[in-house]
Write a protein that binds this ligand. Structure first.
Ligand code: ADP
Ligand code: MG
Length: 686
């Protein structure tokens, strides 16, 4: 087997599973070997029931004592309880909806169980453990890797494929410069990959992780560094006359800029006066008012006769910006063309947009990824803005900038609360402005964490708000019902709500699987108030601005990350009325409650991010924490922050050493760059 062979050659990878692997960016054997486990299950040894740690995954060997179906025989979701024992104590196993499992358990039989033990009134319980007959072929012992999977694939699939690919590991050779390997005491890549998939002990896993994290961060940093400094600098910045002034329209605003916005605006103005093109990141919590800043600067450029473009991560958001911009243009009695370019336009509309982009030299162009497609050609593009930058790859931002025949000004807007030190590394030489306050008349959102028993009460509360003329969002994690996951889905939820409210409220449905045109229609109906309660998946998470909405209710809130919940909550509290966020917690876990309470206790995105970090800790040995900030294969920008700065330094030297001008000839650097591009392309979270 060769590293470059397709994974299609593996046993068990057929027509059905190949696309699933592609979804995980696994095409070759090497891709597979470089697909790393997120954590390990320690199944090396069974632990006694009485001394097993509570709340951690453990392996138990016990004898089945008794079993019992609980609940009415007419209820399909009846609970199966199985009592087991070892010579230290007894444990109760719970299987919800467990009728079909009943026949697997026979009194007197010795079995193995893997799961988390919880304490319930002093009784030890384990819900839905994995179980096998003792000595069964599937009763595998050892440190078992757990891979981040996609639907349709199982851990067993991945483990089996890694075994098949194992023979090719020897072909992986060192590609880092020897000095780097020595200075940082890195193990060889072949050893690292062997250990990461097939570990016997903990220490080698740590060594391997160290090597692989270093490698990954170095690749990223080299790529970023090269993109910034290696790109041609023939392009010249567009210079601006200093007197070009937006003060006249600032004074006719319905609101005053906040002090934070004003400071940011001055920083932008200073950038424009300097000889260097602007390269600025505006960081501001949700609702801090970043859009208006983008508008102001784009208007300033339009006034000078230059084109500008703003790229948003979703159709919904692009359309909303388009409408807002048109409103503002009318309000300030300006006369600049505004062009919308998104994937859902008809072919004819697209052609029209392209034609206008080529002729209207002072247009403000608003769009999605469609802005960076080949057919999109610009005239005098002098400024590019990316909104909600964390949703884009670095590469996409660069591509938009490359659309200009000169070196354009770049403005990046993000609500992701990244600590400054990290931002400097991740965004390289972007200057950073922070919009650190919300508009003054905003009332802080009132939060509560409740259980499903309060669902009806919450619906009544929403009814009250709607009758006062407001609107509400209800978020569910799933699009459609899923047998295995006991979570709310938008499709059945809408039906339940419609039944409950009758014709007192108009309910709308929105999710990512709908066609863009459909999504737009729903969003527009919500904006105009035609839809009063919008039941949606997290597609409304970024950017959406409907100030009349005052309630955000999130079902199965414990399933979402804190940062994501904060973004969702940011959809309300955007107007002058009091807003509310109802976090519906459907789990009994202590941890879930604690996490949600952090969110309920504060509306400050930076604080929430840091608390979240503290709670999850730097990640213990077996668990690799997911910051949700960047989709690394193995590294984590928070817990590996120190290594990130080392890698950043090394990357700079590395690029210089390989000699920038010759770098295309240098094989090693070329490989690095290829990897870096690949990484930044699918890394939608930078
Ligand atoms: P975000 O920073 O999350 O992108 P937006 O730009 O969407 O926030 O702004 C949120 C809301 O606040 C919008 O309705 C916007 O019109 C309003 N807004 C922005 N700046 C101010 C201000 N200085 N005073 C009052 N309202 C403002
Ligand atoms: Mg925004």
């Amino acid at each position: 087997m060769n590293l470059q062979d397709s994974v299609a050659s593996l046993k068990g990878v057929g027509k059905k599973r190949l696309p699933l692997l592609e979804k995980l960016h696994i095409e070759t054997i090497e891709d597979l070997l470089r697909f790393f486990p997120r954590r390990y299950e320690d199944r090396r040894q069974a632990v006694p029931i009485m001394t097993a740690p509570i709340g951690k995954e453990v392996l138990i060997i016990g004898t089945v004592m008794s079993k019992q179906m609980v609940g009415s025989p007419y209820n399909r979701r009846r609970l199966l309880k199985v009592q087991i024992e070892d010579n230290t104590g007894s444990l109760e196993l719970l299987f919800f909806n467990g009728k079909f499992l009943e026949s697997y358990f026979k009194a007197g039989e010795k079995m193995t169980f893997f799961g988390k033990i919880t304490l319930n009134n002093g009784r030890r319980q384990m819900a839905h453990p994995e179980f096998h007959k003792l000595g069964d072929a599937k009763d595998v012992r050892g440190l078992l890797p757990v891979y981040p999977l996609t639907e349709g694939l199982t851990q067993a699939n991945l483990r089996a494929w890694q075994q098949q690919a194992r023979g090719a590991i020897g072909q992986i050779t060192e590609w880092l410069p020897l000095e780097l390997v020595e200075t940082h005491h890195l193990c060889s890549p072949a050893y690292a990959i062997e250990q990461i998939h097939f570990p016997q002990e903990e220490r080698p896993v740590l060594e391997s992780r160290y090597r692989l994290i270093f490698e990954e961060l170095l690749i990223l940093q080299t790529g970023l560094f090269y993109m910034k400094h290696g790109a041609s600098d023939v392009k010249k910045g567009v210079r601006f006359a200093k007197e070009a002034d937006v003060e006249p329209f600032l004074s006719s605003f319905p609101f005053q800029l906040t002090a934070g916005q004003a400071r940011c605006w001055h920083e932008i103005e200073r950038d424009l006066e300097s000889a260097r093109p602007m390269n600025r990141l505006i960081q501001g919590d949700v609702g801090s008012g970043k859009t208006i800043l983008a508008f102001l600067i784009m208007a300033k450029f339009a006034h000078e006769g230059y084109q500008t473009a703003i790229m948003a991560p979703t159709e919904v958001l692009a359309r909303q910006h388009y409408e807002t911009f048109q409103e503002w243009i009318a309000m300030f009695e300006l006369d600049f063309p505004v062009i919308l370019l998104t994937g859902s336009l008809t072919a004819k509309e697209k052609r029209e947009a392209y034609a206008r982009m080529e002729t209207e030299q002072n247009a403000m162009i608003i769009g999605t990824h469609a802005l960076i497609q080949e057919k999109a050609l610009y005239q005098k593009l002098a400024l590019v803005v990316t909104d909600e930058q964390h949703r884009f790859g670095v590469r996409q931002r660069e591509t938009l900038a490359d659309k200009s025949s000169r070196l354009p000004h770049v403005l990046v807007m993000s609500a992701t609360p990244i600590p400054r030190t990290l931002a400097i590394i991740l965004y390289g030489d972007l200057d950073i402005s922070v919009v650190d306050e919300l508009p003054a008349e905003r009332l802080p959102v009132k939060n509560c964490v409740v259980g499903p028993k309060m669902r009806e009460k919450s619906w009544n509360f929403i009814l009250d708000e709607v009758q006062k003329g407001h609107q509400a969002y209800i978020i569910c994690p799933l699009v459609e019902a899923n047998e295995e996951l006991e979570l709310q889905d938008v499709t059945s939820y809408v039906k339940k709500l419609e039944q409950y409210y009758g014709d007192r409220i108009s309910v709308g449905l929105l999710h990512g699987k709908m066609r863009p045109a459909e999504k737009n229609k729903v969003m527009e109906a919500f904006v105009t108030g035609e839809i009063q309660v919008l039941v949606s998946t997290t597609v409304v998470e970024v950017g959406v601005n409907v100030p009349n909405a005052t309630v955000m209710m999130i079902e199965d809130a414990q399933r979402f990350g804190l940062a994501q919940l904060h973004q969702l909550r940011g959809r309300v509290g955007r107007g002058n009325a009091q807003s509310y966020c109802i976090l519906m917690n459907s789990s009994n876990g202590k941890n879930a409650k604690e996490r949600l309470n952090i969110l309920a206790g504060s509306n400050d995105g930076f604080y929430i991010a840091s608390e979240d970090l503290k709670m999850r800790g730097p990640g213990d040995f077996f668990g690799v924490r997911q910051s949700g900030l960047m989709e690394f294969k193995i590294a984590d920008v928070f817990s590996d922050a120190d290594m990130l700065s080392i890698a950043s330094e090394e990357a700079k030297e590395y690029v210089v050493k390989c000699n920038l001008n010759d770098c295309e000839k240098d094989m090693r650097l070329e490989t690095t760059l290829k990897n870096a591009y690949k990484m930044t392309e699918y890394n939608t979270n930078i």
